[in-house]
Design a protein around this ligand. Sequence first.
Ligand code: ADP
Ligand code: MG
Length: 205
Amino acid sequence: MSPTALEVSKQEPEVRPAAKLSTAEFRVGRPEIVGPEKPEAPFPIVLVGRVQRGFGRGGKDLGCPTANLPDDSITPMSSVANTGVYYGYAQVVTPSGDSTPMHRKDAKVLPMVMSLGWNPFYKNEKLTAEIHIMHEFDKDFYGFEMRAVVLGYIRPELDYTSREALIDDIEFDKQVALNCLERPEYRKYAQDPHFDLQSSVDIQI
Ligand code: ADP
Ligand code: MG
C-alpha cells in the first residue's frame, strides 16, 4: 500500500507528493457507486472527538459545512488509511450538562462524507479530518462530540483549478456516499454500538 496519511504527515511539506488535478474527464467518468458489497479492512474505522473550529470555509465557500475532528482523534484512521474522500455514518452527541441539547432529529446516526487530507485547493499545511453530515441541522455544534464509523473509500484527494469544479466533485461524492451506504452490509453500521452511548465529553465551563 502507498504510505498512510500519518506517514506522509511526518514528511516535510516540500517532499509530500502533490495531489493530482481533478480533470473534466475524471468528473464525467466517475462511477455512481464504489467499493465492495461489504466493508473490508481497514474498515470499519471508529473515530470520536470534540468538534473543532476550522477556517470556516466549508459552509461559506463551498456550501458544504464540514465538522473538523481534533488532531489527536484522527490517528486510528490516518495510521491505516491514505488521504482521500470516504463515506460512513456519524452522530453528534450533546456534551453532558449542556443546557441546549441537540434536537432529537439532529442527534440521530446519519450518513456522512469525510475528507482526510491537506485540502490541496486551500494549500493547508496540516492533516485534517472533516466530516460533512448529510442532514440539515438546526444549529452549529462546535464543541459537541462527534462519533463516526468510516466504512469505505471514494476517491483520492485532488487539486482544482476552480471552486466550481471542487463543488461539482463534492456534490457527486455525497451522491456516491448515499448509494454506497444503501447496501445492506453497510446499513447495518447505523446500529453500531459505537453510537448512542452517553457522551464522554463534559461541557466546558
Ligand atoms: P469550520 O472551518 O469551522 O469547520 P465550516 O464552514 O466547515 O467551518 O462549518 C462547520 C461547522 O458547521 C461544523 O463544525 C458544525 O458545527 C456546523 N454544521 C452545520 N451543519 C453541518 C453538517 N451538515 N455537517 C457538518 N457540520 C455542520
Ligand atoms: Mg470545516
